[in-house]
Design a protein around this ligand. Structure first.
Ligand code: C5P
Length: 235
């Protein structure tokens, strides 16, 4: 898989998602399904979106003891999704077990990436609540390195961290980056944002875009604009 735009389908019912995806007649976008939709609709929603021809990033951010995560991944791999994720803070052993659980008997598996540090975690919370007295960007890079050591395919991170993650973990290590806004979009609750064109320059492999597409007057045009700005047209 190469560079792509992943639409965060943060809707809370199947009918809203289907109405949204029905707008896309020519190109079937890569979609992200999160906890909200999955917990409401269950595995049906994944199977149905897959049946309609979309690639899926199933964003459930698993984090538990290694054996439980391994068994969870074995269930998810049967849904034939394209990307799954776990929290890097679960540790290297948990991530290794996740990879094992995800690997099918024929050796194939979805891509597995890890959340380094949620972008909602700031330095003060890190120190006061988690008792981690290290600069947050160092924590992100340390976790990214653990993710690489565990053999996973990449991380979810801010586009601002993508270049440094590639420097530390290698060019082939995937950076999947939310926090994307057009110059003229509403910022909403996101903080450290970049445009699709800036994320491309920063070396992001996949951008995850929600509201700038889902809330746009013309979602198909907003999606096409992201693709034009982010994906190498000649590639
Ligand atoms: O609407 P918006 O473009 O902000 O959506 C971004 C998506 O990426 C949401 O589904 C959000 O939960 C997810 N995400 C994020 N920041 C992270 C991890 C995930 O915005 N650090």
């Amino acid at each position: 898989m190469g560079k792509d735009v992943i639409i965060a389908c943060d809707f809370n019912s199947a009918s809203e998602v289907f109405d949204f995806l029905d707008l896309f007649k020519e190109r079937k976008p890569f979609v992200k399904i999160g906890m909200e939709l999955f917990n409401e609709e269950g595995s049906f929603i994944v199977r149905e979106i897959k049946r309609r021809g979309h690639k899926i990033f199933l964003d459930l951010k698993s984090h538990d003891i290694p054996n439980t995560v391994k068994k969870t991944m074995a269930v998810l791999t049967r849904l034939d999704v394209d990307i799954c994720d776990v929290h890097a803070s679960g540790g290297i052993r948990m991530m290794e077990y996740a990879l094992e659980g995800l690997t099918r008997p024929d050796g194939t598996r979805p891509l597995l990436i890890a959340i380094t540090q949620l972008t909602s975690t700031d330095q003060q919370m890190l120190e006061d609540e988690l008792l981690i007295r290290v600069p947050v960007d160092k924590v992100v890079m340390h976790y990214a390195n653990n993710v690489r050591k565990a053999g996973l395919d990449g991380v979810v991170c801010s586009p601002r961290e993508a270049a440094e993650v590639h420097r530390v973990c290698g060019e082939k290590f995937l950076t999947v980056t939310p926090g994307i806004r057009f110059e003229d979009s509403e910022i909403g609750d996101q903080r450290r944002i970049m445009t699709p064109a800036q994320a491309k320059l920063a070396g992001s492999d996949y951008i995850v875009v929600g509201r700038p597409i889902t809330q746009a007057k013309d979602p198909v045009e907003a999606y096409e604009r992201c693709c034009r700005d982010f994906i190498d047209q000649e590639a």
